[in-house]
Design a protein around this ligand. Structure first.
Ligand code: CA
Ligand code: ZN
Length: 297
């Protein structure tokens, strides 16, 4: 079945307490309409961050209940398509992001997207790399606002989560309660200014429940690499968790000793930064798919 859900069905935090807005079966496809991270409040340069309703940031459309999903399963999310709107917004400002201490006030600018390029100004444009900033399931405990990443996914701001990728998420509750939002027309690793090129749009996903497969943190697979994703209070801690998770994945898939795994990861694996500006920092460990060939994850 293919379903559609609109931006009328959205959440600002991931929680087991959220009421599902759609019930699907493993294998179904859903076209999910999303607002941008400011809930579409900034549409022209007259709309200012100073007057933004900050209670309405990082909306995610959902949550979707997948019938077969139980705690301990893995949710496989195949990102079939990402469609983005023609107008986007970039933002930064005083005390925001890595350069925030060098600024005096808040800043935002509306940008046009034309012919698959972001028109930054009259001299600079660059190709889009559409990706999903917020994507996840209900966490193991409590309620986590959609601006914060974690083991449940959330605001991972990971540019590998793009069209054609497959994201694996741990399931913590019956139905999983999947949601996504915060599309970026483009974003660089780190997201140092605190925003990507924030845009509304539509994402088509296929959701499948994997039984007898348990993971502790998200894993993304692209055409080229498989990457374990981890979020923690510091980048150092996030790197350690992502590296340990990759070592575990390789141990399960290949019959190698820990010494062989460490030397293999050291030789061909890459520690990469996802984002350094959210309440928790996110890093990933990427290994080329030639190493994990023919393995599901
Ligand atoms: Ca984000
Ligand atoms: Zn964003």
């Amino acid at each position: 079945m293919t379903y559609k859900i609109s931006i009328d069905n959205h959440i600002f935090s991931f929680s087991k307490e959220n009421e599902p807005v759609l019930f699907v079966k493993s294998g179904d496809e859903i076209e999910i309409e999303t607002m941008d991270c400011f809930a579409n409040q900034i549409k022209t340069d007259a709309d200012k961050l100073e007057t933004l309703n900050w209670d309405r940031v990082n909306p995610a459309t959902g949550p979707i209940y997948i019938e077969e999903a139980q705690a301990g399963d893995t949710l496989k999310v195949t990102i079939k398509k990402i469609q983005i709107d023609g107008t986007a917004v970039v933002a930064t400002g005083k005390d925001l992001g890595v350069l925030g201490h060098k600024m005096e006030s808040l800043y935002s600018k509306v940008l046009k997207i034309k012919d698959e390029k972001v028109v930054f100004n009259e001299n600079i444009n660059f190709p889009v790399n559409p990706m999903i900033g917020v994507i996840g399931v209900a966490p193991e405990e409590g309620s986590i606002n959609c601006g914060t990443p974690g083991s449940h996914g959330g605001n991972m701001d990971t540019k590998l989560i793009s069209e054609g990728s497959v994201l694996y998420l741990p399931v913590f509750t019956e139905g999983a309660l999947f949601a996504l939002g915060d599309l970026h027309a483009a974003m660089g690793d780190g997201e140092i200014g605190v925003s990507g090129v924030e845009v509304a749009g539509k994402v088509t996903v296929k959701l499948e429940v994997l039984k007898n497969k348990s993971i502790t943190n998200p894993i993304v697979k692209t055409n080229d690499v498989t990457a374990t994703i981890a979020s923690a209070p510091t980048l150092d801690e996030a790197v350690t968790i992502a590296t340990e998770n990759m070592a575990k994945l390789l141990k399960e898939s290949l019959s190698l000793s820990i010494e062989e795994i460490a030397t293999l990861m050291s030789a061909v694996g890459n520690v990469q930064v996802c984002q350094v500006v959210d309440p928790e920092k996110t890093a990933r460990f990427a290994i080329p798919n030639i190493i994990l060939e023919a393995k599901e994850i």
